[in-house]
Design a protein around this ligand. Structure first.
Ligand SMILES: Nc1nc2c(ncn2[C@@H]2O[C@H](COP(=O)(O)OP(=O)(O)OP(=O)(O)O)[C@@H](O)[C@H]2O)c(=O)[nH]1
Length: 218
């Protein structure tokens, strides 16, 4: 019977709830300089753990899947972890156009990774889809003593480029779930929205969530 029912109206494994829409399948790509914590962010999100120990740089590209429940709808994220090293850049370029969302990371303890954000945005502009969902993340927010980029600087840069922003920590888990959930919400909203739906504001959502968690919001 299931196979004869339209996808969007299949029951939820015998549960009474009927889904209005089929699962949303979207790809998210992590980009940014080598060492900013892309792999660790993905591992923290996928497995809830921090990859401690020596730093093993990603070679080429890798991906992991995770299914999120967003407003009673399943959103399957295929998350691509790219290599930040310059020598793999041409590999990464080939994947940009298939990404529905990009998480662009810098490391708050590494000024060069922050200064390179402009160059990353230029690259994104060149290779990614025009309407790609983009968010800037200042990672390693757990490190207090070696911090060289203030949260306000991240906020300012993000504002200049009109990109949502927050700080994260793959080590402590700060805002990791929120970053992926916010992006998934935006992607879900775009794929299911009715003509009269108000626009989903990613930064407003993130600010509200951080505020209610009592975290990191000016
Ligand atoms: N303190 C702290 N260290 C982190 C955090 N995230 C990553 N690291 C450390 O930073 C180093 C680099 O992390 P990776 O996740 O491998 O960096 P990457 O961006 O994937 O690097 P490439 O694969 O070369 O592009 C590792 O030694 C991690 O342990 C974080 O949130 N806090």
């Amino acid at each position: 019977l299931l196979s004869t029912m339209p996808l969007g109206f299949r029951g939820d494994g015998g549960a009474q709830q009927m889904e209005m829409y089929p699962p949303v399948f979207r790809s998210v790509m992590l980009v940014g300089d080598s060492g900013v914590g892309k792999t660790c962010l993905l591992v923290r999100f996928k497995d809830g753990a921090f990859l401690a120990g020596s730093f093993i740089s990603t070679v080429g590209i890798d991906f992991r899947n995770k299914v999120l429940n967003i407003d009673a709808l399943k959103v399957k994220l295929q998350i691509w972890d790219t290599a930040g090293q310059e020598r793999f850049r041409s590999v990464t370029h080939a994947y940009y156009r298939d990404a529905h969302a990009l998480l662009l990371l810098y490391d708050v303890t590494n000024k060069a990774s922050f200064d390179n954000i402009k160059a990353w945005l230029t690259e994104i502009h060149e290779y990614a889809q025009q309407d790609v969902v983009l968010m800037l993340l200042g990672n390693k927010a757990d490190v207090a003593h070696e911090r060289v980029v203030k949260r306000e600087e991240g906020e300012k840069l993000a504002k200049v480029f009109g990109v949502p922003f927050m700080e994260t920590s793959a080590k402590s888990g700060l805002n990791v779930e929120l970053a992926f959930t916010a992006v998934a919400k935006e992607l879900k909203h775009r794929s299911t929205k009715e003509p009269d739906d108000p626009k989903f504001q990613l930064q407003d959502y993130v600010n509200k969530e951080m505020k209610s968690a009592g975290c990191c919001h000016s």
